[in-house]
Each structure stands twice: as C-alpha cells, then as structure tokens.
Design a protein around this ligand. Structure first.
Ligand code: NAP
Ligand code: HSE
Length: 434
C-alpha cells in the first residue's frame, strides 16, 4: 500500500465532492491501484462560511493556499479554486516544490497554459487536467493515449453543461432563459461568474485546450471565436424544430490545412439526426474524427461535483503513480510550444439560419433576396408564417455555404432596410458530414 497525501485548494462544488468521494471510495481505489489517497490539508477563502449539506473538516484548514505547498504532509496539490491569480501562484509554487498538480481550472490553462506547461516540463513535474474539459468524460486521456495514432481532422462537441441544460429546457419545456439559468446555478453547474457559461467563454477555454492537445502546440485562446446563447430565443428553437434542427452551443475544431485550424464556439443548428442532437441537460458529448479510427463519440455528465470529482480522482491516482514509480510522466511538451494558427472567423465558411422581423408588405422578399444575390449568397429555403398582412412578421432564410465576412456585410445592408424592424438573428448551421 502506498499512501499519497493531498493538499486540496478549494472546497466548493468540486472540492467538497472530491473530499466526499475520495473518502467514500478510498478502499476501492486502494484495491484497484495499491494507492491510498488521503486529504491532509485544505484551503478555502472563508473558513467560517456556513456549508450546508456536508461535513467540513475544519481541523485540516490552512491559512493560505500556498501553505499547502510548504507542508511536509502534502505530496500533491489539487487545485479546485478557480480564477487565474491565486490559482496560478499556487500551481507555480507547487511545481517549484516538485509537487505534482491536479487541476480542473480550464480558464487558467487556456489563458496561461503555455507558461504553466513550460514550467512543468522544465522542472519535470507533471500537471494533470482531465477535469478541465467535459467534467466526467475522459476526453483528455482519450486524445493523449487511446487515440494517440490519430490525426484529428474534426472535433466538435457540447462542452458546456450549463448552456446545454438551458437550451434543453427551452427546447422541451419552453421555459424562459433566466429561470433555467438559476436552476443550473443551484445545481452547481455554472461557473462562479455565469456569464462565462452563457457567453461561450467557458466553452472557448475548453476548445482552446482540446485544440492544443489535438494539434501539437498551444493554441492562443484570444484567437478563438466565441458567441454565447444570450441571443437564442424560444422562437428560434421552435423554427429550428420546424426545419428539422436542434440548437446546441458547440465547440468546433476543424483542421483546415498545414498549420491552420478553425477553433470556434457558437450556437449551431444541427440536424435532428446528428448524433449530438439528442444530448440533453447537463450531458456533454464530443465527436472526435480520427484519420485512423473514424468517428468516436464520448458522452457523459459534463458538470457538477460528482462528475468532475470522478475525473480528479483518476488524476490523483496518476499523480500518485508518478510519485511512487519515479516514471518520467511529463506534461505534454508540445503544450508549451506555439500552436497552429487559428483561422480568422471572417474566413470561415458555413451555412446560416437567418431570422428577420419584417413588415409584411409587397416587395420585402425581393429587396432582401436582391442583397443576398448581389453578395453571391444562395438561399436554400424560406419560411414566413401566413396571414399577418401589414404586421411585423418573422421571416426565416436558410442560407447555403457562405463566408462569414460576406454574410456579415450583406446583413449590414439588410439591417438598414426600412422594412426590417428588429435586429436580425443569424445562427450557423452545420451537418458535419465527411
Ligand atoms: P466554487 O463552488 O465557487 O468553489 C471554489 C472554492 O475555492 C471555494 O471553496 C472557495 O472558498 C475556494 N477559493 C476561491 N478562491 C480562493 C482563494 N483565493 N483562496 C482560498 N480559497 C479560495 O467553484 P467550483 O464550481 O467548485 O469550481 C472550482 C473549479 O473547478 C473552477 O476552476 C471551475 O472552472 C472548475 N470546474 C467546475 C465544474 C463544476 O461543475 N462546478 C466542473 C469542471 C471544472 P470558499 O468556500 O471559502 O468560498
Ligand atoms: N460551468 C461548466 C459547465 C462546468 O457548465 O459546463 C464544467 O466545466
């Protein structure tokens, strides 16, 4: 039996679940791996905070997160505080003290990954981050190990549980956005700042991490295009259904050519026959297209304490194995190298769903189709509900493949037409056929 002693930074949704599940499953882990994990110290922001619904081991609390690193009875650091300042300092301090790190902090890895992995490699102290993408789904392990012989031409997926929870409730129960967001927060799915979820930032963090792993170099997070779900309304979900589509917030990573990759996050209409369309609630699902294996779909709970702690416990075992075997288990060296160039969103080609609010009078359709025609943008279908003459009505266009800059330019002209009465809604449409 080999004991590994853990300093746990954070005791919120994820940290408290790590503590609970680690204690509950310690014997199972020992039986399977010969490793006995034990939490010996904990850092929180406010030790006096009331923490309903669980045992809080206040005797283990230290004053500062960095104190965890200094203690002789801590072998590895588990960082589940979130944020980019204290968490960054803690991780650097841990690596310099030769203590392996396990983290769920995708924001930190997406924004500062190059420096962190650089330090990890320089010092030969590994950092494990399975929980940073898609909660309980072992996607990092799959890309690094299970699919190691593949090049990844396409990865696309639902990687934000909060948004998928909200979109599912909008699609199935027609509930308002704000109410469902409050539910997702209460269930522990949302980030400390929920705008990270609904504005696509969290999914973009995860997309940057996946793109870096898949394409052999650190992708610059600031080049990732992100749009959230604030502008998706029930009417778009309903028209989507009428046309045979579901709306999902997707992260899309598509290899274009030598050293160029599309990395984007946006609400997307996907055919109801697509393998992700039926992904409901907090479930995440990722399709990986490997050139050897073909398409693989990984799916499971993408947020919440229990799901995330499952990934962290797996990383704790890896870190302990590294410590006890002195294996050369480095973080992937390429993550501190410059990654492929991200294709500017203006050059990305896709189909579109366009919803306009127009005055129902003669000539409107002609004006709009003339603008699209002049921009060489093809219309594949049109819907206008009947019987509202003289009123403002929704007018839906499904658009063939077009470059984003062309579409955007045309939209500016359309928006200026007198017959267009509200800001247009434009969503991308993807089918991901090979
Ligand atoms: P949370 O519920 O807000 O918990 C954060 C914990 O960290 C709290 O215990 C807090 O202390 C502590 N903390 C924050 N800043 C600190 C500081 N400066 N010094 C000491 N302690 C500090 O957050 P969470 O949902 O567990 O998420 C934690 C991390 O996991 C984040 O990086 C998040 O992105 C990631 N993650 C979350 C999920 C999820 O489903 N929630 C899934 C995957 C990854 P107090 O308790 O005293 O406030
Ligand atoms: N807020 C994140 C989500 C947590 O909803 O997916 C999991 O990373």
């Amino acid at each position: 039996m080999k004991t590994v002693r853990i300093g746990l930074a954070g005791f919120g949704t994820v940290g408290s679940a790590v503590y609970r599940n680690l204690n509950r499953e310690a014997d199972l882990i020992l039986e399977r791996t010969g490793i006995l994990p034990e939490i010996t110290a904990i850092a929180v922001r406010n030790p006096r905070k009331s923490r309903p619904g669980g045992h809080f081991p206040s005797a283990l609390v230290v004053r500062q997160p960095r104190d965890l690193v200094k203690r002789d009875d801590v072998d590895i650091i588990v960082e589940v505080m979130g944020g980019c300042t204290t968490a960054r300092d803690l991780i650097f301090a841990a690596l310099r003290a030769h203590k392996p790190v396990v983290t769920a902090n995708k924001a930190l890895l997406a924004e500062h990954g190059r420096a962190i992995f650089g330090e990890s490699n320089r010092l030969n102290v590994p950092i494990y981050f399975e929980a940073s993408v898609a909660g309980g789904i072992p996607i990092i392990q799959s890309l690094r190990q299970g699919l190691v012989a593949n090049r990844f031409h396409l990865i696309y997926g639902i990687v934000n549980g909060t948004c998928n929870y909200i979109l599912t409730k909008m699609s199935e129960e027609n509930l308002p956005f704000e109410e469902v967001l409050r539910e997702a927060q209460a269930l522990g799915y949302a980030e400390a700042d929920p705008s990270f979820d609904i504005d696509g930032v969290d999914a973009a963090h995860k997309a940057a991490i996946l793109a870096s792993l898949a394409h052999g170099g650190c992708v610059d997070f600031h080049q990732v295009h992100m749009e959230g779900i604030r502008n998706v309304s029930s009417i778009d979900v309903q028209f989507g259904h009428l046309l045979g589509y579901e709306i999902k917030l997707l992260a899309i990573i598509r290899w274009q050519s030598e050293n160029k990759v599309e990395v984007r996050v946006h609400p997307t209409l996907i055919p109801r026959t697509n393998r992700l369309a039926a992904t409901r609630g907090v479930t995440n699902a990722i399709v990986v297209r490997g050139h050897v294996v073909g398409d693989i779909k990984l799916s499971g709970p993408g947020a919440g304490g229990d799901a995330t702690s499952s990934a962290i416990l797996s990383n704790i075992v890896e870190a302990a194995t590294h410590l006890h075997s002195s294996s050369d288990d480095r973080s992937p060296a390429y993550l501190c190298a410059k990654g492929p160039e991200v294709v500017p969103i203006s050059n990305v080609v896709s189909r579109y769903y366009l919803r306009l609010s127009v005055a129902d009078r003669p000539g409107v359709m002609a004006q709009i189709s003339s603008i699209l025609g002049k921009a060489h943008i093809g219309i594949s279908s049109v819907i206008q509900p009947e019987g509202h003459e003289g009123k403002v009505v929704p007018l839906i266009f499904m658009i063939h493949d077009a470059r984003f800059d062309a579409m955007n330019q045309a939209l500016k002209h359309i928006q200026n037409l007198q017959c267009v009465k509200a800001k247009p809604v434009m969503l991308r449409v993807e089918s991901f056929e090979s």
